[in-house]
Design a protein around this ligand. Structure first.
Ligand SMILES: [Mn+2]
Length: 322
C-alpha cells in the first residue's frame, strides 16, 4: 500500500484546520470501523479537537471490552461540526449519516476506506483497495504524519487488522500484515484481550442461533452453500443480528462449495445477505453488486426487501440468491 503523499498531507492539513469533528463508523459496525474511529479520535483529541464518534447502529457486545466504545452516539446535529470523517464505510448508504443529512457530503468530508466498491464519495477520499483493513491505512497515515502510536492506539489498530484478516487467515494476510501486527504488539497491543473477546466468550444465545443457521445449511445444485435465519428464529433464540458475526466464515469452509451465502431476515421486511468464498477465481462482489450491495472480491454483502422464510429448498442463481 502506497498512500499518495499529497493526499496524506491534505488530510493532515484538513484535520489541523478543523475544530469540531464527527467520525462516522459504518452501519452494523465491526471492529475495523470502530477501532479506526477510536484511533483517529485519540490523535485528534491530542491535537485539542472536539471529537464525536458516531454510528447509527449499536456497538456489538464482543467489542465492549474497549470502554471507549461506550461513548459512541447514534445521531448528531450536522450544524455542530466543521469536519466529517467516515472510516471503513464502502458507500454513503453504509455510512448512513450522509443519506440522512446529504449536506454533510459537500462540507469537509474525509472518506478513509479499503472497499473496492467505494465510489470515492466526500470531498477528500482516500480509498486504498490493497489495504487489509482500514486500521492499516490509519497506521500508515500515523507514520507519514510522524504521530506516535500509544499502547491504546496499538490495541485499536491490531483489533481492526485481526478482524478484517479473519485472524490472519484470509487471503489479504501478507508479510506486511504480519510485520505491522508484530510492531503493534511490540508497542503493547493487547492481543490477549482481542482473542478472548472475539473467540472465547460466546453467549448461549449466539450458540443457539448458530445451531439454527447451520442446521438450515444446504448445498445447491450449482455448489453454493446457503444458510439462513428468519426473524422468528432470532427472537426464539433471543439473539440479535450481531450474533451472526463470524458465522459466514465458518460456513464457507464447506469443502464442496464454490461460495457461501448467509441470509438473515428482520421484522422490517429486509433480508441481509453475506457472501464469502475461499476460491481465487470467484468474485462474490459481482453478485452483491447485482443485488445493490458491494464489498470485496471474496467477502461482500447486500440487503434486499423481502421476508425470509425457512424453506425446504433454497435455490440460488447469480441474479436471484433466494
Ligand atoms: Mn474493513
Amino acid at each position: 500500500m502506497e498512500i499518495p503523499e499529497a493526499t496524506s498531507d491534505r488530510i493532515y492539513k484538513t484535520l489541523q484546520k478543523a475544530q469540531k469533528i464527527a467520525i462516522i463508523s459504518h452501519r452494523h459496525p465491526d471492529p475495523d470501523t470502530l477501532c479506526s474511529n477510536l484511533a483517529l479520535r485519540v490523535l485528534l483529541e491530542k491535537m485539542g479537537k472536539d471529537v464525536t464518534s458516531a454510528c447509527v447502529d449499536p456497538v456489538p457486545e464482543n467489542c465492549l471490552f474497549l470502554p471507549e466504545l461506550k461513548t459512541f452516539v447514534d445521531d448528531f446535529d450536522p450544524k455542530d461540526f466543521d469536519l466529517f470523517i467516515s472510516v471503513d464505510a464502502g458507500s454513503t448508504a453504509q455510512a448512513a449519516f450522509p443519506e440522512k443529512y446529504p449536506s454533510i457530503l459537500k462540507k469537509n468530508f474525509i472518506n478513509i476506506d479499503h472497499h473496492p466498491s467505494n465510489d470515492h464519495y466526500g470531498t477528500l477520499p482516500l480509498v486504498m483497495e490493497d489495504a487489509a483493513s482500514t486500521t492499516l491505512i490509519i497506521y500508515e497515515l500515523f507514520g507519514m504524519w510522524n504521530e506516535e502510536i500509544t499502547i491504546e492506539t496499538a490495541t485499536f489498530l491490531l483489533f481492526g487488522l485481526y478482524f478484517d484478516t479473519g485472524s490472519f487467515m484470509h487471503s489479504n494476510t501478507d508479510a506486511g500484515v504480519y510485520k505491522i501486527a508484530s510492531e503493534l504488539m511490540r508497542k503493547g497491543a493487547r492481543q490477549d484481550l482481542i482473542v478472548q473477546n472475539l473467540f472465547k466468550k460466546h453467549s448461549i444465545e449466539k450458540l443457539k442461533l448458530w445451531g439454527k443457521a447451520l442446521d438450515s445449511a444446504q448445498l445447491t445444485d450449482n455448489r453454493v452453500i446457503v444458510a439462513g435465519v428468519t426473524a422468528q428464529e432470532f427472537s426464539d433464540c433471543r439473539a440479535t443480528s450481531s450474533d451472526l458475526g463470524g458465522l459466514i466464515d465458518y460456513l464457507s469452509t464447506a469443502k464442496e462449495s464454490k461460495f457461501a451465502t448467509l441470509l438473515s431476515g428482520d421484522d422490517s421486511g429486509q433480508i441481509k445477505g453475506s457472501l464469502r468464498t475461499r476460491h481465487d477465481n470467484i468474485d462474490v462482489s459481482r453478485i452483491a453488486r447485482d443485488l445493490g450491495g458491494g464489498g470485496h472480491k471474496k467477502a461482500s454483502g447486500f440487503s434486499i426487501k423481502g421476508n425470509l422464510k425457512r424453506k425446504t429448498h433454497w435455490s440460488i442463481t447469480d441474479k436471484n440468491p433466494l
